[in-house]
Design a protein around this ligand. Structure first.
Ligand code: GLV
Ligand code: GLV
Length: 355
């Protein structure tokens, strides 16, 4: 599809060039056509990205890259975005209506993430700004991390690793570190999109029974159930839905109470889908057996957040897509989205809302 648009754009360019050359019908010595070069745009990129993709952007446009480990503070982002046509953001950059109000030239926002809850799509659409994201290329990496967390929580890896470090490996013990069986257990998937489906494939390899609820199209191997049935029947529950008004705090005290007391909850989607205070209470009360989170509310989670002293809880710092290949492919796609938007071509991956 992307290739098709490129060809179309080139053809149009050729026709225009011919039209100009023939206009007036006079014969003249046509100047050797300079390499067709679309105008340069100004871009702000909020973080250094892995791989060579940003060089391709620099080849075409004037590019300002924020060099720090920490993202630009909101005011700095707003100030820099105010003077550019193209913005390449990450999920830590909040692009809201107030910021967009001061960006008269902005034409395209390319988000280096599959999720785009950090961007006010309505405000962008209202200003004719197109928004792109980076799906597909991070699906397998995120599904792998989901399974890593599921296995780590099920088999109590953090405690086991810690006990070896602390000199507490005294002998082989029949009754210690007893975890839960993963093979043959029931997995409940909330949101059977690309990532949810990739997690289901892994689960079927573990001969798990797979249930799902929410968006997505299942196959015969997975069973669609109501949210309540998923909570009641699952040994593991994993979240792969986007963060929206409908999924905000979907896992509240009531939902957690309806899960099995032996169940483990995994979240590699967005932190605010879980009410963390309710999660802490549920873990302390033994209403569920464990949780493993790649995403939290807020991010980063402060080191003194009470969640971190909760038993049977694993927290990792939002690393779902953190493989070299995924992050470089995301950079390629984010740059392709930005280049396309600046050229006025359809984005390879555009997200949007009806206005
Ligand atoms: C990561 O969370 C992403 O949305 O890509
Ligand atoms: C969700 O983020 C998906 O890609 O399915």
């Amino acid at each position: 599809m992307f290739g098709g648009h490129m060809v179309g754009a080139r053809r149009l360019g050729g026709a225009q060039a011919r039209g100009r050359a023939c206009s007036g019908g006079r014969s003249y010595t046509r100047p050797k056509p300079a390499r067709m070069r679309l105008p340069m745009a100004r871009c702000f990129v909020t973080r250094v990205l892995p791989g060579p993709a940003l060089d391709r952007l620099r080849d075409r446009h004037e590019v300002d890259v924020w060099p720090d480990r920490l993202p630009p503070p909101y005011q700095e982002l707003a100030a820099r975005a105010a003077g550019v046509e193209g913005l390449l953001t990450t999920l830590t950059d909040r692009v809201d209506a107030a910021l967009l109000e001061h960006c008269p030239d902005l034409r395209v926002i390319s988000n280096y993430a599959v999720g785009y809850d950090n961007i006010d799509l309505h405000a962008a659409a209202g200003r004719g700004i197109v928004v792109g994201n980076t799906p597909d290329v991070l699906t397998e990496a995120t599904a792998d991390l989901t399974f890593a967390l599921l296995l780590a929580a099920a088999r109590k890896l953090p405690e086991a690793i810690e006990s070896v470090r602390e000199g507490d490996w005294l002998t082989w013990e029949p009754g210690r570190y007893l975890g839960q069986a993963v093979a043959g257990a029931t997995l409940g998937i909330v949101g059977l999109g690309r990532i949810g489906t990739a997690v289901a494939q892994r689960a079927l390899g573990f001969e798990m029974t797979v249930l799902y609820t929410g968006g997505g199209q299942g196959s015969e191997a997975v069973r669609r159930v109501s949210f309540d049935t998923l909570l009641e029947e699952s040994d593991f529950v994993t979240l792969h839905c986007p963060l929206t008004a409908a999924t905000y705090h979907l896992f509240d005290a009531d939902a957690l109470r309806r899960m099995r007391s032996s169940a483990i909850l995994i979240n590699t989607a967005r932190g605010p889908i879980i009410d963390q205070e309710a999660l802490r209470d549920a873990l302390l009360a033994g209403e569920i057996a464990g949780a493993a989170l790649d995403v939290t509310e807020p991010e980063p989670l402060p080191p003194d957040d009470p969640l971190l002293s909760t038993p049977n809880l694993i927290v990792v710092p939002h690393i779902g897509s953190a493989t070299r290949v995924a992050r470089e492919d995301m950079a390629d796609l984010a740059v392709e989205n930005l280049l396309a938007g600046l050229d006025g071509r359809p984005l390879p991956h555009q997200v949007g809302v009806a206005v």
